[in-house]
Design a binder for this molecule. Structure first.
Ligand SMILES: [Zn+2]
Length: 351
């Protein structure tokens, strides 16, 4: 999961900006200078595929990366302008056993949501595209909520109109839009708490907002191990994304090490295949560091992925395969914005 869900064109995007973007897209300007960054790896990062506008939507919107149609269009764009590679291809290249094609792209998903199996997998298979899914192993087949999903569910279903934040601030709402804003602010403010405090606070949230969550609700958002095995047999690769999804820079190094290696061991046990890649939860610059990169290396991973924007040059990856950038995709991105995001200039976009 990752919360920095901002549109490429700032909010209240004008129709002029949209039109310029469309012209840049259709004229090919959006891909100007492509030849200069051919020796790079562009890693796309998805979480969920789904329709946020459907009636009764009551889960966390920012983790919905694209609708099924939007995802299919992005995959077609990737096929046209990139050479899709697998995690195994990247590792074979690191080992000097193979070359990577120019404009290599790797498709990745984080967390292990069910729609990766029901919606994304058929679209990938139709196009014969490889992909890697990083699993939060303690949530697969378990009725254990990610805190952002619990928070979203509680705010969608509460009859209350106020809450006290962990810092003591009293927040109120008068309508659904205000309530959603408070929910997003709360998700952000929880992110900076120490993990134990956050867990304790979140465990009281349903009763604070007087909501009861139906049994199995969170388990049903996630894939089962059998679905993971089926996709693995179908060529999808799986990696580690911790057991419980703590932000690793906010827990002890000892716990970080256990989260990193235990998720690897679990996926390997379930699949009977070596696990090559790891994705840092939240993945921003402050969410991991050199010591945590070393823990991933010591656990036996060959690569690890951040959520720092933009493609990574192959030279950078050779130097350090444990901080490969990824491009966070949101359902709010149009295909034109997707084209901008996958351009080298996106490395220089201010978050
Ligand atoms: Zn995640």
């Amino acid at each position: 999961m990752y919360l920095n869900d901002k549109p490429v064109v700032k909010s209240r995007r004008s129709s002029i900006k949209k039109r310029l973007l469309s012209v840049a897209f259709h004229s090919g300007l959006v891909r100007a200078g492509r030849g200069l960054w051919a020796d790079s790896l562009t890693v796309l990062n998805y979480h969920r595929i789904g329709d946020v506008s459907q009636d009764g939507f009551d889960t966390f919107k920012p983790t919905v990366s694209a609708s099924a149609e939007g995802f299919a269009a992005q995959m077609d764009y990737t096929l046209r302008w990139f050479n899709a590679v697998s995690l195994g291809d990247v590792v074979r290249w690191l080992d000097g056993q193979a070359k990577l094609p120019p404009h290599a792209a790797l498709i990745t998903f984080d967390d292990g949501y069910l729609d990766n199996y029901t919606l994304a997998y058929p679209i990938l298979r139709e196009r014969n595209l490889p992909a890697a899914i990083f699993l939060t192993t303690g949530h697969i087949e378990q009725d254990v909520p990610f805190y952002w999903e619990l928070l979203a569910y509680c705010f969608y279903h509460t009859g209350r109109d106020a809450i006290t934040f962990p810092n003591g601030a009293q927040m109120q709402w008068k309508d659904a839009a205000e309530r959603n804003r408070v929910a997003m602010d709360l998700a952000e403010s929880l992110k900076v708490l120490p993990e134990d405090e956050k867990a304790a606070w979140v465990s009281r949230l349903a009763s604070t907002l007087d909501v009861s969550v139906p049994g199995g609700f969170f388990r049903n958002l996630m894939m089962t191990w059998e679905q993971v095995r089926e996709m693995s047999r179908g060529g999808i690769e799986f990696g580690g994304h911790t057991v419980r999804h703590p932000i690793l820079s906010r827990v002890s190094l000892e716990r970080a090490g256990a989260e990193i290696s235990d998720s690897k061991a679990r996926v390997e046990r379930e699949l009977g295949k070596p696990v090559l890649g790891f994705a840092y939860p939240n993945g921003g610059r402050v969410d991991f560091n050199r010591e945590i990169e070393k823990l991933a290396e010591q656990a036996g991973y060959r690569t690890a992925f951040s959520l720092i924007n933009g493609p990574t040059s192959l030279r950078e990856i050779k130097r350090n395969p444990f901080a490969i950038r990824r491009i966070f995709i949101s359902h709010r991105h149009s295909i034109h914005e997707f084209a901008v995001l996958t351009n080298w200039v996106n490395r220089y976009r201010r978050d």
